[in-house]
Design a protein around this ligand. Sequence first.
Ligand SMILES: NC(=O)C1=CN([C@@H]2O[C@H](COP(=O)(O)OP(=O)(O)OC[C@H]3O[C@@H](n4cnc5c(N)ncnc54)[C@H](OP(=O)(O)O)[C@@H]3O)[C@@H](O)[C@H]2O)C=CC1
Ligand SMILES: O=CC(=O)O
Length: 380
Amino acid sequence: MKAVVMAKGMVMAHRPLPMLNSMFSRSSVSFAESVFFQGCVAPLSTLRARGVRIRSYQGCSSSGNGGGSSPWTRRAFVVSASSSTGDEKQPSVGFLGLGIMGTAMARNLIMAGYDVTVWNRSTSKCDPLISEGAKRGESPEQTAAACDVTFAMLADPAGAMEVACGPQGAVKGLSAGKGYVDVSTVDDETSKAIAEAVRKTGAEFLEAPVSGSKKPAVDGTLIFLTAGDKPLFERASPMLDVMGKSKFYLGEVGNGAAMKLVVNMVMGSMMASFSEGLLLGAKTGLDPKTIIEVIGQGAISAPMFAMKGPSMVEGQYPTAFPLKHQQKDLRLAVELADKVGQPTPIAAAVNDLYAQAKSNGLGDEDFSAIIEALKVNVNA
Ligand SMILES: NC(=O)C1=CN([C@@H]2O[C@H](COP(=O)(O)OP(=O)(O)OC[C@H]3O[C@@H](n4cnc5c(N)ncnc54)[C@H](OP(=O)(O)O)[C@@H]3O)[C@@H](O)[C@H]2O)C=CC1
Ligand SMILES: O=CC(=O)O
């Protein structure tokens, strides 16, 4: 097994894990510090086991030559470290919900050396993370009771409520001193209801939905849109920094949910509009690949178009962000707009389109499969 050694984001060398182990077991924390303060990288669990406390780090994808099935060969961390003789104790972390996003996020916490307990409704999804060092949570309640800070990444408002407040919900395991961070995309009312239930236990609550899809979750480059208890924001920040590249603190609970819905409302409309453009262009005889190239060079260029356009042209929709979740977000955004009296006719029309695509069996495809819902010949 090898670990990736990086400096300034470039892979410099691969070192066999036993070599790193022996380097760090030479006991001198100062040796470890000097290695790490020079910008080198190693599995953080190794450091932790050797008594080195991680102060800060940045998750990075390894480039090609780090391939392989071991997480240590797939990922690398730039770290600075100090002796564990300090009095700060790393919090134990719970993670509830191991879907596309939750699995990648929890894995990054494990790889950063946190003591992570995972739970998922379908228990088999816990197995890979347990083999990578996580503990198995018996229920949301038991997980929250066992951990200092518990994250939840659930599909939708119903799932988030069930896991937080259901019969074996996390709230039952919370108490003063603990924190609950809900990173699911939900509406503000759901988030406020969970916040109230959490705070009644004496624990703190942070809503922290994320912008960024499967790859940013894997790469640890998500954008957190947080709101709620500021002390928990501060306490959870090192963990958010493991999983993301930036974080916004937006004040009262509800603001994070609203921000996320605004962003995803725009994203869903952009994808539908892009799909219409590709199909219209194709029907007039234009090459869709050239359309993508032209869009990519102008003011409306977007990483999303460049990333998903080529596979859309091939009729392939490998799931990063499931279409059913995009439709949920559009629905919640339109409901929010209705509540505050803001017309959103474009989002409403796009929501109908996604709902139709979902009922046509495209819900589990990537949301770029929305193009399929537009592939009808109105002149036929
Ligand atoms: N995928 C993406 O690109 C992004 C997604 N999001 C948001 O993150 C959240 C998760 O997304 P993603 O990981 O893609 O979704 P997935 O569909 O892959 O995972 C959903 C998770 O929710 C669990 N779940 C659903 N309902 C319940 C319930 N009633 N009780 C307990 N657990 C439940 C599922 O458990 P089980 O495995 O048992 O079904 C699974 O762990 C969503 O809110 C989504 O909108 C945000 C940014 C990007
Ligand atoms: O919620 C989805 C995303 O890509 O962000």
